[in-house]
Design a protein around this ligand. Structure first.
Ligand SMILES: [Zn+2]
Length: 277
């Protein structure tokens, strides 16, 4: 599932190529996503110019001139690709292409999602912050609001595993299973530790590791898993930098101890039993 680095990478690419373009025509696929795209969608979006691409947590926000914005969540397997006019491979495929915007330079912005857990929603800009999807989200992990003091205040007295605390979108927005594992490895803290028992010094390490891991992943366009591809169709290059995620039984790069995998909160959780306490 795409996490913050994948969505942020996508935002940066689209910001370079799609901003300033006007939507000439919108085409909707036959099958519905998690939330059905309304019938009048095409009419309400034609003629709009894309003015900005922004992001909140794992949501991409396509801003138009006028009062509406498009809220996009890639779900498990969604991708939003900007296909140039000369890119003739991958014509509209009604099975998996759910949405296609034809732009005024003959390029196309296509939302494809084989597993259909994604979401595309046109909403009024004024109600964006209070919409069900974004309301109640914690601070962005790359913002100043997210720091050791904040994390310590949220961890205090909590029985929940520290990894689950990091993945709780109400505590901090945008971190999922891959990056929670990598952050905790860098901080030297086991994913199973109860949040309330993690020391202040360790909380400081987690808070400091979070932006380092996320920025490194953004710099390499995220991690490739299943069908995730960035907007140019390139796989992310962070996979080769993963220290623990997906490496069960393989030697730790730091100490050569085999990486372990335990289930925490129903999710596979990778860690080094020697480097992480
Ligand atoms: Zn190790």
């Amino acid at each position: 599932m795409p996490e913050l680095p994948e969505v942020e990478s996508l935002r940066r690419i689209l910001a370079r190529t799609a901003v300033g373009r006007t939507i000439v025509h919108a085409r909707i696929g036959a099958k519905s996503l998690r939330r059905r795209v309304p019938i009048d969608f095409s009419a309400s979006i034609a003629g709009r110019r894309i003015t900005k691409l922004s992001r909140r947590a794992k949501y991409l926000i396509v801003e138009f001139d006028g009062d509406d914005v498009l809220l996009v969540h890639l779900g498990m397997s969604g991708s939003l690709t900007h296909r140039r006019a000369d890119f003739r491979v991958g014509e509209f495929d009604a099975r998996h292409d759910h949405l296609e915007f034809s732009l005024d330079d003959d390029s196309r912005l296509v939302y494809n999602d084989p597993r259909r857990f994604g979401m595309v929603r046109l909403i009024a800009r004024a109600t964006l912050a209070s919409t069900a999807e974004l309301k109640g989200l914690g601070p962005e992990p790359l913002s100043r609001e997210f720091n050791a003091a904040y994390l310590a205040s949220k961890a205090r007295g909590r029985q929940v595993a520290i990894k689950n605390l990091l993945m709780d979108q109400r505590i901090v927005a945008g971190i999922g299973n891959i990056y929670a594992a990598e952050i905790l490895f860098r901080a030297g803290v086991r994913p199973t530790r109860r949040a309330g028992r993690v020391t202040r010094a360790e909380i400081e390490k987690i808070a400091a590791s979070t932006p380092l891991i996320l920025r490194a992943a953004i710099g390499r366009a995220g991690t490739t898993f299943r069908s995730y591809r960035d907007s140019r169709g390139e796989p992310g290059r962070f996979a080769e930098r993963l220290r623990v995620y997906g490496r069960e039984g393989k030697p730790c790069y730091t100490c050569s101890t085999p990486i372990r995998n335990v289930v925490v909160g129903g999710r596979a959780s990778f860690y080094c039993p020697k480097c992480q306490r």
